[in-house]
Write a protein that binds this ligand. Structure first.
Ligand code: NAD
Ligand code: G6P
Ligand code: MN
Length: 445
């Protein structure tokens, strides 16, 4: 870093399964993003303590110069910091499991961020993310929040409505992984060697242009791979998205691609374009939440407990999250005005010409010390426009329902979701979700 500054970072959702990987990644990237302090913040002291104690041991052994702390006290967590990396999951996996299983009971897609489950998660997340944003602004008014708490589309719409001037950037890692896959399909060593055009909503978008550094069109070669095997041709560069269910999602992208072979789709579109297939391939008794609880959560917490028991992190299995370096890229862009390009979730304002100006769209932006500038994507085709108008309305209605405490609007949100067959089924699912979320949602009238 040219300005010799060292940065203080708070990880919100300190008890997240991703926290150790992100903390180690921050250490590995210290040359370009120097750190003086890492704080963990969570509202579940017991869960966070396991992750934090293990990271404390690791940091003492590997980076004793970095000040480290963990807390559930907002003032301690958010005072004197430059960046908040936010990855909270309000309701944790227990509620994710309900988000996935309740819709499936009615034959509807049960997914973390898509369909009724995503709406339910959104109704829980809005309050949690706003609370953290407010703490940050109160105790460190100059800080930036880099948010990847889900469901990012609904959270971003809520911050647009309720905190329009806050320093928050909403970002998703799915396009990052998919761009790495596409780069490897055409023999490039990194997605950074490509320049892309992309438009959509979060977990709901399409690449329409991909060039290499010399301006050569890479779309034809990538399309050949998509038509044959979806994203499954490309080997994973990192340890993310490697479970069998993810591999099937990458394969299914072949069929999603076939619906519009002029663009390359985000994997999440399978939930909207092939909901019948998704439901047939779901086990209503054992969903992705169960896989994650039995897999990643057990693994990460197991390693943490092991480190604590042994009192050392030597040969402990902790690994930096290689895919998460985009977070450091983003922090550097702000800290050092690098003006690098990122796909961000931002108010449209005309960047997608023939689409709602107030929609939160996912598009390429240039990021520097004063925030982002949009890169215009022009007019989009009728097919994408139709899908996006329906989905953005779902997201906007969910946020309005949260703000107004409106049952009617939330029912409309579920009814409009392409994953839901009728207003009757929407109501059945909604009434179950209300019961399951009574500790988390505002009261609906
Ligand atoms: P996790 O349940 O392991 O961790 C989330 C943590 O957040 C928990 O420790 C929980 O106690 C804490 N938390 C919940 N509500 C809180 C609040 N109001 N204040 C402070 N802390 C709170 O979940 P995970 O699987 O590690 O995922 C974490 C988050 O990251 C989720 O939102 C997930 O969807 C998101 N995620 C996003 C991307 C992306 O691309 N945008 C990628 C991966 C994960
Ligand atoms: C991708 C998405 C995230 C999502 C995650 C779920 O990375 O971009 O938004 O949270 O997948 O992964 P999981 O392993 O928890 O099912
Ligand atoms: Mn995402």
């Amino acid at each position: 870093m040219s300005n010799n500054k060292k940065y203080a970072v708070t990880v919100a959702g300190g008890g997240s399964t991703f926290t150790p990987g992100i903390a180690l990644m921050l250490l590995e990237e210290r040359d370009r993003f120097p750190i003086r302090k890492i704080m963990f913040y969570d509202n579940d002291a017991e869960r966070q303590e396991i992750v934090a104690k293990a990271c404390e041991i690791y940091l003492k052994e590997n980076a004793p110069d970095i000040e480290f702390g963990y807390t559930t006290d907002p003032e301690t967590a958010f005072t004197d910091i430059d960046f908040v990396l936010a990855h909270i999951r309000v309701g944790k996996y227990a509620m994710r499991e309900k988000d996935e299983k309740i819709p499936l009971k009615y034959g509807v897609v049960g997914q973390e961020t898509c369909g009724p489950g995503g709406i339910a998660y959104g109704m829980r997340s809005i309050g949690g993310v706003l609370e953290i944003l407010d703490y940050m602004e109160k105790y460190s008014p100059n800080a930036w929040m880099l948010n990847y708490s889900n469901p990012a589309a609904i959270v971003a719409e809520a911050t647009r409505r309720l905190r329009p001037n806050s320093k928050i950037l909403n970002i998703c890692d799915m396009p990052i992984d998919l761009e790495e896959k596409m780069a490897s399909m055409v023999g490039l060593s990194s997605r950074k060697e490509m320049q892309v055009g992309y438009y959509g909503l979060n977990h709901f978008g399409w690449w329409h242009k991909i060039y290499d550094k010399d301006g050569n069109d890479l779309m034809p070669a990538i399309k050949e791979h998509m038509a044959a095997n979806g994203f499954a041709d490309a080997l994973s560069q990192t340890n993310q998205h490697v479970d069998q269910s993810w591999i099937e999602t990458f394969q299914k992208a072949r069929d999603v691609y076939a619906v519009d072979p002029s663009t390359i789709p985000n994997t999440y579109l399978k939930y909207y374009l092939f909901p019948d297939y998704v439901v047939e391939h779901s086990n209503p008794e054992y969903t992705r939440a169960n896989e994650v609880m039995d897999g990643r959560e057990k693994h990460v917490f197991g390693m943490c407990r092991d480190i604590i028991a042994k009192g050392t992190a030597k040969d402990c299995g902790f690994e930096a999250d290689a895919h998460a370096t985009y977070i450091v890229d983003l922090a550097c862009a702000i800290a050092e005005n690098t003006r690098e390009r990122f796909l961000l979730i931002v108010p449209n304002e005309g960047a997608v010409e023939n689409f709602d100006r107030t929609a939160m769209v996912e598009i390429p932006c240039i990021v520097g010390s004063n925030g982002y500038e949009r890169i215009c994507q022009g007019a989009i085709p009728q097919f994408q426009k139709g899908l996006m108008e329906q989905q953005v309305s779902v997201e906007k209605l969910a946020v309005e329902a949260w703000i107004e405490g409106s049952y009617q609007k939330l029912w409309q949100a579920l009814t409009l979701s392409k994953t839901v067959p009728s207003a009757r089924v929407a109501k059945l699912i909604l009434d179950d979700l209300i019961e399951a979320n009574k500790d988390y949602w505002p009261e609906l009238k």
